[in-house]
Design a protein around this ligand. Structure first.
Ligand code: SAH
Length: 228
């Protein structure tokens, strides 16, 4: 059974490489290691390696593999980075990031860490469970709360990853990004039409941002998100 998934995972990674989405060895290695079938609801396991978002309950979705791959390539992650994710969902994307910033085969003293915030309590439990059974709970901390305000206790972050669509870039996230740090965030309207933005903090009070592509994410709610 698990070998079957390993084969499907390899095929998906080959496909993402062919499409030019996966490029760097570290991001590729992470995609080959993290078992997406362990992060989707039981009845959807057979769909785990179809390149599509899947429902995880509470109106939320686990992002499509190509979206995770693209965001991780854009973030230029490296070993030792401290990363904030807003929108833990299933925990899958956080595990992929952890596998780059804190690789399983590096000594823990070199490891970075991923802090991921989730606002739906049931999904906080789902993400924690999934990360525990796959061996990532020592490198990923799931925090229950409103991530549109960031997570000040561990700021500043080298990288910030937002996996829900915001009306504008929340100021607390800019404040909590380290100088020289990068953030990816979907910004746009409600109803699944947004632009993925790459934000670079070039100085204490200065950011540069550029638009990467059109995307479709679930809404970021909370203080700096949509009031839905
Ligand atoms: N990264 C996830 C996909 C998340 S979908 C994965 O790999 O599975 C987006 C998630 O953002 C949802 O779980 C939603 O509940 C959460 N979310 C929306 N607004 C939020 C907020 N203000 N703070 C934290 N999480 C939020």
């Amino acid at each position: 059974m698990s070998e079957h998934f390993v084969e499907l995972r390899k095929k998906l990674v080959e496909d993402l490489k062919r499409r030019g989405i996966l490029k760097t060895p570290e991001v590729i290695r992470a995609m080959l290691r993290v078992p997406r079938e362990e992060f989707v609801p039981q009845h959807l396991r057979d769909m785990a390696y179809v390149d599509t978002p899947l429902p995880i309950g509470y109106g939320q979705t686990i992002s499509a593999p190509h979206m995770c791959a693209m965001m991780n390539e854009t973030l230029e992650l490296s070993v030792g980075n401290k990363v904030l994710e807003v929108g833990a969902g299933s925990g899958y994307h956080a595990a992929l990031v952890a596998e780059v910033v804190a690789p399983s085969d590096e000594p823990p003293k070199r490891w970075g860490h991923v802090y991921t915030v989730e606002i739906v309590p049931e999904l906080v439990r789902f993400a924690r469970q999934n990360l525990k059974k796959t061996g990532y709970s020592n490198r990923v901390t799931v925090i229950e709360g409103d991530g549109s305000k960031g997570y000040p206790p561990k700021a500043p972050y080298d990288r910030i990853l937002v996996t829900a669509a915001a009306p504008t870039i929340p100021q607390p996230l800019i404040d909590q990004l380290a100088v020289g740090g990068l953030m990816v965030i979907p910004v746009g309207t409600l109803g699944f039409f947004q632009v993925l933005k790459l934000v670079e903090k070039v100085g204490e009070k200065e950011v540069k941002s550029k638009s990467l592509c059109e995307v479709a994410f679930v809404p970021l709610v909370g203080e700096w998100g949509w009031r839905v």
